[in-house]
Ligand binder design. Structure first.
Ligand code: CU
Length: 566
C-alpha cells in the first residue's frame, strides 16, 4: 500500500486539477460520495413527487392534481411502481450505502482513499447511466412500467398488459445496471475496510457504521444474484417469448416471487444496517457515552444478516405455498425480531445516564429509534402467517413498511447529514431551522402512516385507483383518514423545503467550522480538516483504541480520540 500512497500524492502534487477532473470524473472517494448523495436526493424528490400525485388521487379521486393534472388508472399504476422503485433503489441505497459508505469508510478507518478509486468512479458512472435509463422509461410512448416495484408475473411477463413494452424493458435494464453499480461499489468497501485501516486499528476498533455498511454490501452481494438472474429471465419472457414465469406458456409465476424475495428481504437489511450505524455514531457522541456492548451489536449484526436469508417466504403466505412451509417461515421471521430488538435495547442502554445534548442530529437519531420501533412491532403481525392472511396486501402492510423504510432512508439519513455536514462542507447547518425541519417531518410522517394502519385494518386493499368504486370501502370515515394521510404528505413535503434551504444556504453561508472536531467525537474523520483535502490526512493517523471511549473515568476530557497516544 505504501507505494500506491506515494504515487497518489506525487500525481496530485504535480498539477492543479481542473473542475472537470475534480467534480465530473473524480477519483476522490469524498467527491464520489457527494455525487451519489446529490443524485440520490434528486431521485428522492422525484419519488416524493410521485407519492404526492397518487395520494392526491386517493384523497380526491378524479380531481385534477395541481402540478400534474388528471391521473389515469394506468398512470396511477406507473406512479406507485416507480415511487417504490426509486425510493428503494435510487434513493435509499445510493445515499445510505454508496454516499455514506464512500464518504465515511476511508475517513473513519484512516485511509487516504478507497483501494480501487477507478472502480469507484466506474460504479457511479454506471449508476448514473441507470438513472438515465430509468428516467427514459417514463418518457417513452405512454411511459412508465406499471407492474408494481415487485414486478410480479404474469402481469409483468406479458408486455401487452403494460402501457408499453418499452416502459417495462427499460425499467428492468435500469434495475440491472443499478445492481452492477452497487456490486462494484461493494468490492471497494470490503477490500478497503480489510486492507487500508490505519496503523493500530484492530477489527474491534472499527467504528460501527463502517462495519454496518460493509456487512450491508456483503448481504447485497450474496442476495443480488437470484434477482439479476430473475430479471434477465423476465426480460426474455417480455421480449423473445420464453415462458419462465407466464403460466399461459407453461411457466411458474411463484418462481419469480422466490427469486425476488430471496433478494428483497435481505435488501431491507442492506439499508437498515447503515442507518443503525449512523445512529450509533450520533447517539454516542451526543450522549458522551460508550456504545453499550460493541461486540454484541457487531455479532448481532452478523446474526441478523445470516437470518435475513431464511425469511423471504413471509411475503408469500397467500401465494399458495404449503402451510407447513409457511409455519417454518413464521418461526424464522419472528426469530429475526430478537436481534433487532436487542440492538435497540443496546442503543437505549447507551443513552441511559448519558449527558444528552439534543442537537438536530441527535433528535433525528432518537426519532429513528422511536419510529423504527413501531415499524418493527407491526411487522410481528405480518410475520405470523395466520394474521397475515387477513392483513396481506392491505394498507396495514404499507403503513408497516413505511414505518421501517422512512426511519431508515429519511430520518436516519437526516441524522447523518446534520452530523457530518460540518465535515463535508466546513460549515454548520442552522440548528433552529434544523429543529423546525425535525418536528415538521416527524409530525407529518406519523400523520401520513398512522391513519393507514386503520384503513388497512378496515380492509383497504393496496393498488386500488379509486375507492369510491367499492361500496364497502367508500364509507366516509375511511375517506376522512385517507384525506388526513394525503394532507400530511403535503405537510411533510413542505417541511423538506426548510431542509433544502438550510442545506444549500449553509453550504455557502453557514457558520464556519473553525476546528476539525466540533462535536468532540473520537473517530478518525474528525482528525482530518473540515472539509478534508484529497488524500484526507496531512499525517496518516495511528490508532490506539476503539471509537467509543467517552467519559472514561479518571480522564480530564470526556472524549478520547482514537489517534491520541495518551
Ligand atoms: Cu421480508
Amino acid at each position: 500500500m505504501a507505494t500506491t500512497h506515494a504515487e497518489h500524492h506525487d500525481h496530485h502534487d504535480h498539477h492543479e486539477m481542473s473542475f472537470w477532473e475534480k467534480y465530473i470524473f473524480p477519483l476522490d472517494h469524498k467527491v464520489i460520495g457527494m455525487q451519489y448523495l446529490f443524485t440520490g436526493i434528486l431521485m428522492g424528490i422525484v419519488g416524493a413527487f410521485f407519492s404526492y400525485v397518487f395520494r392526491m388521487q386517493l384523497a380526491f379521486p378524479g380531481v385534477e392534481v395541481p402540478l400534474f393534472g388528471l391521473v389515469t388508472s394506468a398512470q396511477y399504476n406507473s406512479l406507485i411502481t416507480n415511487h417504490g422503485t426509486i425510493m428503494i433503489f435510487w434513493f435509499a441505497m445510493p445515499i445510505l450505502v454508496a454516499a455514506f459508505g464512500n464518504y465515511l469508510i476511508p475517513l473513519m478507518i484512516g485511509a487516504d482513499d478507497m483501494v480501487f478509486p477507478k472502480i469507484n468512479r466506474l460504479s457511479y458512472q454506471i449508476f448514473l447511466l441507470s438513472v438515465v435509463v430509468l428516467v427514459a422509461s417514463f418518457l417513452v410512448h405512454n411511459g412508465g412500467f406499471g407492474g408494481a416495484w415487485t414486478a410480479y408475473p404474469p402481469l409483468s411477463a406479458k408486455a401487452e398488459y403494460n402501457l408499453t413494452p418499452w416502459g417495462s424493458i427499460l425499467w428492468l435494464v435500469a434495475v440491472v445496471l443499478e445492481f452492477v453499480a452497487f456490486l462494484l461499489g461493494g468490492i471497494n468497501f470490503i477490500t478497503t475496510l480489510m486492507n487500508s485501516r490505519a496503523k493500530g486499528m484492530k477489527m474491534m476498533d472499527i467504528p460501527i457504521v463502517c462495519w454496518m455498511i460493509v456487512l450491508a454490501s456483503i448481504l447485497f452481494m450474496a442476495s443480488a444474484g437470484p434477482l439479476i438472474a430473475g430479471a434477465a429471465m423476465l426480460l426474455f419472457d417480455q421480449t423473445i417469448g420464453t415462458g419462465f414465469f407466464d403460466p399461459a406458456r407453461g411457466g411458474d409465476p411463484i418462481l419469480w416471487q422466490h427469486l425476488f424475495w430471496f433478494f428483497g428481504h435481505p435488501e431491507v437489511y442492506v439499508v437498515f444496517l447503515p442507518a443503525m450505524g449512523i445512529v450509533a455514531e450520533v447517539i454516542t457522541t451526543f450522549s458522551r457515552k460508550k456504545l453499550f456492548a460493541y461486540k454484541v451489536v457487531l455479532f448481532t449484526t452478523f446474526a441478523t444478516g445470516i437470518l435475513s436469508f431464511f425469511v423471504w417466504a413471509h411475503h408469500q403466505f397467500i401465494a399458495g405455498i404449503d402451510p407447513r412451509l409457511a409455519n417454518i417461515f413464521t418461526v424464522t421471521t419472528l426469530l429475526i425480531s430478537i436481534p433487532i430488538a436487542e440492538m435497540l435495547f443496546v442503543y437505549i442502554a447507551t443513552l441511559y445516564g448519558g449527558a444528552i445534548e439534543l442537537t438536530t442530529a441527535m433528535l433525528f437519531a432518537l426519532g429513528f429509534l422511536a419510529t423504527f420501533l413501531i415499524g418493527g412491532v407491526t411487522g410481528v403481525f405480518l410475520g405470523a402467517s395466520g394474521a397475515d392472511i387477513y392483513f396481506h396486501d392491505t394498507y396495514f402492510v404499507l403503513a408497516h413498511f413505511h414505518y421501517t423504510f422512512v426511519p431508515i432512508a429519511v430520518i436516519a439519513v437526516f441524522a447523518g447529514l446534520y452530523y457530518w455536514f460540518p465535515k463535508m462542507f466546513g460549515r454548520f447547518m442552522n440548528e433552529t431551522l434544523g429543529k423546525i425541519h425535525f418536528w415538521g417531518t416527524m409530525v407529518g410522517f406519523n400523520g401520513i402512516f398512522m391513519p393507514l394502519f386503520f384503513t388497512g385494518a378496515a380492509g383497504d386493499h393496496r393498488r386500488i385507483f379509486d375507492y369510491s368504486n367499492f361500496p364497502e370501502l367508500a364509507v366516509s370515515s375511511l375517506q376522512h383518514l385517507r384525506i388526513v394521510a394525503t394532507v400530511c404528505v403535503v405537510i411533510t413535503i413542505l417541511f423538506q423545503f426548510v431542509f433544502f434551504f438550510n442545506f444549500i444556504y449553509s453550504m455557502f453561508r453557514g457558520r464556519k467550522c473553525l476546528e476539525n472536531n466540533p462535536w468532540k467525537a473520537n473517530s478518525l474523520e474528525w482528525v482530518a480538516s473540515c472539509p478534508p483535502p484529497h488524500g484526507n490526512f496531512a499525517v496518516m493517523p495511528e490508532v490506539y483504541r476503539g471509537a467509543y471511549e467517552y467519559s472514561v473515568p479518571g480522564r480530564e476530557l470526556d472524549y478520547w480520540p482514537q489517534n491520541e497516544k495518551v
